[in-house]
Design a binder for this molecule. Structure first.
Ligand code: COA
Length: 179
């Protein structure tokens, strides 16, 4: 039985992540997606929300499971019985960061290998931050994230958009000559 761990922040999960999940799931008997609590980043979605978003995406994949990641990735790999950590790479700059992380993980536990999956070209320009920025400005991001995620992004970031719209209304009321 070969198990792999796919760790990430998934804030939010994108079509690029889903592509990596599908491709990794074909290579292993079991794939565990570890959603990082990430106390250092400030995710838009809480850990509970990100777990829900990812679970929804893999609902129909029986050998793909989702778990929270609250400590070290290698420790989580041991806990779930994974011998391999899977990461997606989009660009050369991703490689730099991933290379360092893979080496650090190897120094922590050399029995756990890291496997890189190259992002499909159509996903190589996607990033969660760009998607959040676009969604907060009212853009349709459904080309970059699955439908369920696009809906949740819209719900989550709409208040910010409305606040901005209210601000603009107030500003234009305060400076009527500007119109
Ligand atoms: N297609 C499209 N986008 C992709 C992608 C793909 N195939 N793969 C990654 N991305 C993007 C994401 O959208 C995200 O974009 P953003 O930077 O704008 O938010 C970015 O790449 C990376 O996000 P994600 O894939 O969610 O992973 P991450 O880099 O945030 O995850 C952990 C990092 C959780 C794996 C790492 O911090 C970790 O292992 N933490 C636990 C502590 C530990 O063990 N540290 C390492 C050893 S020292």
């Amino acid at each position: 039985m070969r198990t792999a761990l796919y760790p990430g922040t998934f804030d939010p999960p994108t079509r690029g992540h889903l592509d990596v999940i599908r491709r990794a799931a074909r290579l292993f008997d079991e794939l565990v997606i570890a959603v990082a609590a990430h106390p250092t980043k400030q995710p838009v979605f809480s850990l509970t929300e990100r777990l829900e978003l990812v679970r929804e995406l893999v609902r129909e994949m029986p050998h793909v499971h989702v778990t929270p990641l609250e400590g070290m990735t290698v420790a989580c790999a041991k806990t779930v019985g994974a011998e391999v950590i899977v990461r997606g790479i989009r660009t050369l700059s991703d490689f730099d960061y991933e290379f360092q992380m893979a080496l650090a993980n190897r120094m922590l536990d050399e029995s756990v290998e890291t496997l890189f999956i190259l992002a499909a070209p159509e996903h190589s320009s996607i990033s969660s931050s760009l998607i959040k920025e676009a969604a907060s400005l009212g853009a349709d991001v459904s080309a970059f994230v699955p439908e369920s995620v696009a809906r949740r992004l819209h719900e989550k970031l709409r208040p910010q958009k409305q606040r901005r719209a209210e601000g603009e209304t107030l500003a234009s009321r305060l400076t009527p000559d500007a119109e």
